[in-house]
Design a protein around this ligand. Structure first.
Ligand code: LHQ
Length: 258
């Protein structure tokens, strides 16, 4: 069984984590296959949104703990350098929106890979666990970067140290995720959201992502300069012209992503 299912439909690249009997825990094969799918999403111009979800009842339980004690286990260095960091880097650098549809429990690296996506929605049945402290590790896959920025230092400090299980409603309340979506109809509601994103001005969204990627490290003058630079690029797109024309002509815009 392939650890990642990858399909393209309606302008959306669908990456499904697919080890459902292990709650989609990451092993090396799955991490490398996910990188390959993200590369395909980058290379294929027909893909204008990436949708990441899990097969079965979980999203991902993080690192497969059986793998790290097996013979020929990848080293800690390999796991970070070759598995998780390249996934997070690809998601953040991808010039297209990435939607995480968290269908069930997301723990450890599984939680932090979801949280580094551009938009995170979660089923009422989902939960987020910074499980690292339970096994003596520190949060990886960008957790110590994204969490304090999403929910503030104090909450981030407490949930990473205590390893609390945060349910989807609480995650939304804290600002960890965008929205909770009812369990019933979750797949179709989140797929609709991905399709909506795929019909938007893709290049403009990529420039927005680039601005946000820099917003917590730039000071405001640098950020104003970056916005100026990126807005000049957005102004050159077909979609900008189309958006303004459609508004003035009182019709629905037809964006091409360029
Ligand atoms: C699993 C796993 C799993 C293997 C469930 N592995 N089988 C970076 C660097 C290097 C090393 C380590 O890690 C990292 C990054 C990380 O991600 S560290 C954090 C690793 N993840 C965890 O510690 C979470 C471990 N899992 C759990 O605590 C629970 O499974 C949760 C709370 C996620 C879900 O609990 P339940 O809903 O009660 O499900 P379950 O525990 O019954 O799991 C179902 C099956 O999945 C079960 O297999 P079995 O054959 O007994 O049915 C579990 O053994 C398996 N599974 N997580 N990470």
């Amino acid at each position: 069984m392939s650890p990642i299912l990858f399909t393209v439909q309606d302008g959306v690249g669908n990456i499904t984590l697919n080890r459902p009997d292990k709650l989609n825990a990451f092993n090396r094969d799955m991490a490398l296959a996910m990188q390959q799918s993200l590369d395909q999403c980058n290379a294929d111009p027909s893909i204008r949104c990436v949708y990441i979800t899990g097969a079965g009842k979980g999203f991902s339980a993080g690192q497969d703990l059986a793998e790290i004690v097996a013979a020929n286990a990848p080293s800690m260095k390999q796991i970070l350098h070759e598995h998780y960091n390249p996934i997070v880097e690809r998601i953040r650098q991808l010039p297209k929106p990435v939607l995480a549809a968290v269908n069930g429990v997301a723990a450890g690296a599984g939680a932090n890979i979801a949280l580094c996506c551009d938009i995170v929605v979660a089923s009422q049945a989902a939960s987020f666990i910074q499980a690292f402290s339970r096994i003596g590790l520190i949060p990886d896959s960008g957790g110590t970067f994204f969490l304090p920025r999403l929910i503030g230092w104090q909450k981030a400090s407490a949930i990473t140290m205590l390893g609390d299980k945060v349910n989807a409603t609480e995650a939304e309340r804290m600002g960890m995720i965008y929205k909770v979506i009812p369990e019933e109809g979750f797949a179709s509601a989140t797929w609709q959201l991905a399709r909506q994103l795929a019909e938007m001005p893709t290049h403009g969204l990529a420039l927005t992502k680039q601005a946000l990627n820099n917003s917590f490290t730039n000071h405001y003058k640098q950020q104003l300069a970056l916005e100026d630079h990126l807005q000049q690029q957005a102004a050159l797109t077909h979609d900008y012209r189309e958006g303004v024309s459609a508004f003035l002509e009182k019709r629905t815009p037809q964006f091409t992503g360029h």
